[in-house]
Design a protein around this ligand. Structure first.
Ligand SMILES: [Mn+2]
Length: 249
């Protein structure tokens, strides 16, 4: 059975091509080869708590994920830095498994370590402080109680700014970002052993193999983002396949 890894689509509305492609994936690609779906964060450009503004806007996507679960497959959702406080709706209402940092999964007998990827650069103390702050009990309460329209407004301002900065930043510093991902893998392996580590967030596709100090071969894959084209990683029978192109062909 297949496993699918998806991250960093940054969906803002259902009118976007990326939304159309995600729905097409669920309805036409997934249904021919069903399997578990791992969402590694930043699927939506903004999602906070259980606000109806987000539920209504993304209802068709939610319905597809519900269908996947009802057919007996897992839907696992890792929070990113754009989709926050997911527990209240995605776990308690929809019954999906929600993760905040790192998760380990047995897939076809191999151990997979999955994470959004925003813990890779631990030296960025300002970001790590911000990350903690956003998940503090006070912010979880505020997230649920301030109206969805407020978060929507904040997100629009914030993401316009961060999108501009991050694409320029990422172009200039691609080699440095790849290096960060590759240094992270063996370091993460010291915490707990795994065969494969998959992350997102960095918006740079990377796939490499390395050998740890104790001689174990590990593979590290970063999923990139959909800002430069739709991409989904499929794993089945010990093999990874990238589903890309306009219609995942
Ligand atoms: Mn991110």
């Amino acid at each position: 059975m297949a496993s699918y890894f998806i991250s960093d689509i940054h969906i803002k509305s259902l009118d976007e091509n990326s939304s159309r492609l995600l729905l097409l994936f669920f309805r036409e690609i997934w249904s021919k080869s069903p399997g578990d779906v791992y969402l590694l964060g930043d699927i939506f450009d903004i999602w906070v708590s259980d606000h109806s503004v987000f539920i209504k806007r993304y209802q068709p996507i939610i319905d597809e994920l519900k269908k996947i679960k009802s057919l007996g497959h897992k839907v696992i959702y890792f929070e990113g830095n754009h989709d926050l406080h997911l527990k209240k709706y995605w776990q308690l209402v929809l019954g999906f498994e929600v993760f905040f940092d790192v998760g380990y999964f047995d897939i076809e007998g191999k151990v997979f370590r999955l994470e959004h990827g925003d813990l890779i650069n631990l030296e960025d103390e300002t970001y790590q402080w911000w990350r903690k702050f956003l998940r503090s009990p006070m912010m979880i309460i505020l997230g649920a109680n301030l109206p969805g329209a407020f978060w929507n407004f904040v997100a629009e301002k914030y993401s316009h700014q961060s999108r501009k900065m991050s694409s320029a930043y990422r172009d200039q510093r691609k080699a440095e970002i790849v290096e960060m991902i590759r240094v992270h893998a063996p370091k993460a392996h010291q915490e707990k052993s795994f065969d494969v580590i998959i992350s997102g967030h960095m918006h740079v596709v990377d796939d490499f193999e390395t050998t740890t100090d104790n001689g174990k071969k590990i593979r590290s894959i970063n999923l990139g983002s959909w800002l430069d084209g739709a991409k989904i990683l499929k794993y089945e029978n010990n093999t990874f396949i990238w589903l890309t192109g306009p219609e995942f062909k």
